[in-house]
Ligand binder design. Structure first.
Ligand code: PEP
Length: 245
């Protein structure tokens, strides 16, 4: 759907080194982009490197997380949205399933982080998605609605400023991708849940997107792009996925 912005965003997770990033960022900088906006979410310490390497390019730099606390203070190890914005970051992933799973992030924490991101002038990329157990129990729609509902309650009308990423947990890093039809039906339910904001909020799919399956997923009417983990670390693969959008 061309009335919504289309995005391919890389999530590097905890990967990279100054030398490896230099080569990857140089390749990302040169990507020919047709319909896609492109973002790269790097580990905190490499964000200034990414901002510098992508300076005056159209590629947006994102972070993978931020503190739920807006004001500076005694929060050892945390990084605020204001700090990210100051170094040139423009978007930030919130509620990635790895944060929910390994760091105990609840729907309420994720909602607070989305609000903190907006408060700092960053675009939150709100991740939602069910586990395999939840899918097998026919709870996928219910879980995604609950996760999104918490963010909607916190953001109110500002929900129209976010990106949403539907990332079924069973498809992340597993090589197992949702079928285009499985993605489409959840994306359609997300769009319905978003109400009037659904007309403008891009809903990205994430979970083992590769060059070989990207175009069939991106062809679905409610899929507005992708959040790409593993394949975003290989310049040629990431380029092929951007070209598929
Ligand atoms: C992710 O973690 O956001 C993701 C989609 O990972 P992968 O593409 O590796 O499944």
């Amino acid at each position: 759907n061309m009335s919504r912005a289309r995005w391919v965003v890389g999530n590097w997770k905890m990967n990279g080194s100054i030398a490896a990033n230099e080569a990857l960022l140089a390749a990302v900088r040169e990507l020919p982009r047709i319909g896609a906006n492109v973002g790269v979410c790097a580990p905190y310490v490499y964000l200034p490197q990414a901002v510098q390497a992508l300076d005056k390019s159209a590629v947006v730099v994102g972070a993978q997380d931020l503190s739920a606390h807006a004001a500076s203070g005694a929060f050892t190890g945390e990084v605020s949205g204001a700090m990210l914005a100051e170094v040139g970051v423009r978007q930030v992933i919130v509620g990635h399933s790895e944060r929910r799973q390994y760091h105990g992030e609840t729907d309420e924490i994720v909602a607070a982080k989305a609000l903190a991101a907006l408060g700092a002038g960053l675009v939150p990329i709100v991740c939602v998605g069910e586990t395999l157990v939840e899918r097998d129990a026919d709870q996928a729609f219910e879980v995604v609605n609950r996760q999104l509902g918490a963010v909607m309650a916190a953001l109110g009308e500002r929900i129209n400023e976010v990106l949403v990423a539907y990332e079924p947990v069973w498809a992340i890093g597993t090589g197992r991708t949702a079928s285009p039809e499985q993605a489409q039906e959840v994306h359609a339910s997300i769009r319905a849940k978003l109400g009037s904001a659904g007309a403008v909020v891009p809903v990205l799919y994430g979970g083992s997107v590769k060059a070989s399956n990207a175009s069939s997923i991106f062809a679905m009417s409610d899929v507005d792009g992708g959040l790409i983990g593993g394949a975003s670390l290989v310049a040629g693969d990431f380029a092929a996925i951007v070209a598929a959008l």
